[in-house]
Design a protein around this ligand. Structure first.
Ligand code: KG4
Ligand code: ZN
Length: 358
């Protein structure tokens, strides 16, 4: 079985072909970094138009890289939300058109489920597992029980973790995309201990009983430090110190919250083999991976973090999520409507102040 995956929910146009056994036959990602860089962030209208310009070429290239034609496809999986709706519509309609023309199943994939199921594609891990999903739009702790079956235990009450990286990076005068650039400059910090003393930062929600996150106070603290620095172009050494202090704070916050969730997971599920998964764009950060690795070692569980190219947005994860759903007997009609908001756990209680991110 060969599934075509299509991803257009943010600023990456992506197409991939994945075989039933989890072999990624092709996976192409066209980043729109250049189109958005001048604006310091993703402009939805520009993103949608760029997807429209490039998606068909990318799909044909993915087929050709895999040595396949449209007739060899057994299904089409497209991200149908959550995300920037203009872009989502482009990918969803392309997917429906191919499925209709070839009379094969169409699978509407939740982008978050793509991230959530990636370690089953890469490492074949078993359900249930504890999942820390950290991306530009979401920061959640969930238990993955099966395809389409998630229990949300914690979520951000304000900014997402990746959003906090991006906004803090912007405050530090770093170019877009903020997260990876902040990680790069933090590595240039010459005196880590001194940097932490120089730039004390809060750990919001630390040791709270609930498993939620909050990042807006951290971002505000970064702003206060930046405003206290000499005006004009910020000194590179100052930025490296502040970036280091920021990244350390985020890694500690994520490890502390996840540690608490892990204790509950081990108690509630008593899995024979306990797995902790970190996925989403922020999972590419090495300091965060190291902090979670240490946590996993302490608790005697195995940490799974996807390879870097499968942390950031890609279509292989969408094809795989489609495959899992198809195998579970699930496909969607052409009347499926794109969803700007699509929680993995629709039964989770809305959180006060969390708005649409819950
Ligand atoms: O999963 P993703 O590619 O897109 C969404 O679904 O949101 O995540 C993008 C987010 C951005 O906020 C980006 O700055 C962040 O992931 N990110 C990183 C790193 N690489 C990407 N954050 C910190 N360190 C990184 N190395
Ligand atoms: Zn994503």
């Amino acid at each position: 079985m060969h599934i075509l995956g299509i991803e257009t929910s943010c600023d990456e146009t992506a197409a991939a072909i994945v075989r039933e056994d989890g072999t990624i036959l092709s996976s192409l990602v066209l980043s729109q970094l250049k189109e958005h860089a001048a604006f310091g962030g993703v402009v939805p209208e520009i993103a949608a138009r760029a997807h429209l310009d490039h998606l068909h070429t990318l799909i044909e290239a993915a087929l050709s890289d895999a040595g396949l034609g449209y007739d060899d496809l057994d299904g089409v999986a497209a991200t149908c939300g959550p995300g920037l709706i203009g872009g989502v519509l482009v990918g969803m309609m392309a997917g429906k058109a191919i499925a209709a023309a070839k009379n094969i199943p169409f699978i509407a994939v939740n982008h978050l489920e793509g991230h959530a199921l990636t370690p089953r594609l890469t490492d074949g891990i078993e359900f249930p597992y504890l999942l820390l999903l950290v991306s530009g739009g979401h920061t959640q702790l969930l238990v993955a029980e099966g395809p389409g079956q998630y229990k949300r235990w914690g979520t951000t009450l304000d900014d997402a973790c990746g959003e906090c990286f991006d906004k803090s990076a912007k405050l530090m005068g770093l170019p877009y995309p903020g997260g990876p650039n902040l990680e790069k400059i933090a590595a240039a910090c010459a005196a880590p201990q001194k940097a932490l003393e120089r730039f004390p930062l809060p750990r919001p929600m630390a040791h709270r009983k609930e498993l939620d996150f909050s990042f807006s106070g951290l971002k505000t603290a970064v702003r206060t430090h930046v405003y206290a620095l000499p005006k004009g172009d910020l000194d590179a050494a100052d930025v490296a110190d502040l970036a280091y202090a920021f990244q350390t704070a985020v890694a500690e916050i994520l490890a502390e919250r996840t540690g608490k969730a892990l204790e509950k997971f081990l108690e509630d599920y008593t899995p024979a083999k306990a797995s902790l998964v970190v996925s989403g764009g922020v999972a590419a950060n090495q300091t965060i991976r190291a902090a979670l690795d240490e946590l996993a070692a302490q608790k005697g569980v195995t940490l799974y973090a996807p390879p870097l190219n499968l942390c950031s947005d890609n279509a292989a994860m969408i094809a795989w999520a489609g495959l899992e759903r198809l195998r579970a007997g699930h496909s969607d009609g052409f009347d499926f409507k794109a969803r700007p908001r699509w929680p993995l756990d629709p039964d989770a209680e809305p959180k006060h102040g969390a708005g649409v991110k819950a």
